[in-house]
Design a protein around this ligand. Sequence first.
Ligand SMILES: Nc1ncnc2c1ncn2[C@@H]1O[C@H](COP(=O)(O)OP(=O)(O)OP(=O)(O)O)[C@@H](O)[C@H]1O
Ligand SMILES: CC(=O)N[C@H]1[C@@H]2OC[C@@H](O2)[C@@H](O)[C@@H]1O[C@H](C)C(=O)O
Length: 357
Amino acid sequence: MSGTSLDGVDAALVHFDAGQSAGQLIHTAYLPYPEPLRERLLAIHFPGNNELHRAALLANELSGLYSQAVSRLLAESATAPDKIDAIGCHGQTVRHRPDAGYTTQLVNPGLLAELTGIAVVADFRSRDIAAGGQGAPLVPAFHAAALHHPAIHRVIVNIGGISNLTDLPPSGKITGFDCGPGNLLMDAWCQRHTGQQFDHAGAWGAGGVYLPKLLKKLAAHVFFSTPAPKSAGREAFNPDWLTSHLSGDESAQDVQATLLQLTAYGIVHAIETHCPNAQEVYICGGGARNTALMQSLRTALPGKLLACTDTLGISPDWLEAHAFAWLARQTLLGLPGNLTEVTGARHPCVLGAIYPA
Ligand SMILES: Nc1ncnc2c1ncn2[C@@H]1O[C@H](COP(=O)(O)OP(=O)(O)OP(=O)(O)O)[C@@H](O)[C@H]1O
Ligand SMILES: CC(=O)N[C@H]1[C@@H]2OC[C@@H](O2)[C@@H](O)[C@@H]1O[C@H](C)C(=O)O
């Protein structure tokens, strides 16, 4: 898995028993993106010269990195490649336009299969969009398989680049949608003003004072009031959009504090409007490591238990990589991976394409 934060590659080795198992996490490996690759990936999110060629080269380069992540995983866990059924590879989202009928995740699955000698399942989102869905979020189906409780109303919130929520009532429909920015605006602002990749534990932002007028302007983004099904990418939330709302007089640290509040606002607004009766809120994704953000969420959601998914036995750092192993298994078994109540697709779909070993 390589998500919208553009931080790097998360690889998870997951074992599944027969039946409807959510799988057991065996080993993990993380490869950060080298800075030049990260810059080229960021650049290709927006129109530019010779994009098709640049995108194809990036897909090849990413596939090399994915194969290194797999090699490390197998070497460290002393696992032979022929013991692996398949690699579920999400690729790197660089455009997400369900409104225009497409979403683009860069990866060359044929090259990855060639480099590793292992079958690859890729292109998880296109079929859902073809069936009228958003193509995202897809992880709610895994949240349902792994974290649903028969008596307690839970909500799972992933705070990656974008944040998304899954509502797991004890009975009735499981729903979910993207809530708004996760870390991507905070990361971009922090990088620009401190040179750090992200704001560790949210400490820099916590030292600022949030700007209510700016927050009000940012929270007026149409995405927050758009009804589900909905999904977002850097098309909707990016540094240019942020800058267009700044006067230039704000202190950088206060803007960071405001961006943290904006991320919290998106999540709290989604919970309050969609599932106000939820009893427990579990956070996963890198945002779970942002102590200041977690504190803001706790304050804004009194009366609900707020914790990380590790409380339920699933590491917040590895949940998405684990989920794409699960989604790949669904594909291999010929089972649907999307939840139509989440993505809005007309019917459940077997997601992705299989590239044999
Ligand atoms: N210690 C930390 N303190 C604050 N923020 C952190 C910390 N560790 C990670 N993060 C944040 O988490 C981000 C990475 O999160 P994650 O790996 O969930 O993103 P992702 O894989 O891009 O997810 P998605 O696909 O959901 O967008 C980092 O870019 C950073 O903003
Ligand atoms: C198009 C795309 O890559 N969307 C991501 C992104 O990152 C978080 C959120 O926006 C979610 O909708 C999705 O990722 C997770 C893995 C998902 O599909 O559930």
